[in-house]
Design a protein around this ligand. Sequence first.
Ligand code: CA
Length: 229
Amino acid sequence: MNKILIVEDEDAIADIEKDYLELSGFQVTICKDGTSGLAEALNENYDLCIFDVMLPGIDGFEICKRVREEKDIPIIMLSAKKEDIDKIRGLGVGADDYMTKPFSPSELVARVKAHLSRYERLVNTIAIDNEIIEIRGIKIDKTARRVFVNGEEKLFTTKEFDLLTFLAEHPNHVYTKEELFKEIWDMDSIGDIATVTVHIKKIREKIEMDTGRPQYIETIWGVGYRFKV
Ligand code: CA
């Protein structure tokens, strides 16, 4: 269930927003002043925030700005003054949307839903792109640091995992042993670059059907290695 924070000092308005949002299946929390609203928004995990502009304590502009510095969640601003809209736009407080009072509660609910689904799509896209690399039969889960070859999990040491992931993230790019050593071992390549060869050999034993004829990590003689796609 999506959690929504409303920061609004007028009880009647806060109650209407809460009723409509709860009827649509959201879990709603209300804060009635800026100070508690800001603390709540920063310390708890909300999926979306609705801030009134004029509030006792810290105003809605400031809350929006401070929350935006820490979180990517959608923020909708509400204001009784039309002039505030220019401020919301112009000051770059980071709000995703704004509505002026009086507003239609069902319109608010519609916008909340639209922002949440847009945000969820965005988050899912990033999660898939960033965390899972799939190349033919190999699946690398970067977050969990696990590797599956044709569905079977293989265990990798930290450096083996880093090296495989680096190569798989730059497919068809040929790297010299010096470059790989520098990239993965994070030192100037004065160290022992034979380490790279040893690690490539170990990785191949785990991912290749036939290490004599590698299908994934290819040796480019006299140059280095590349992950073939
Ligand atoms: Ca107010």
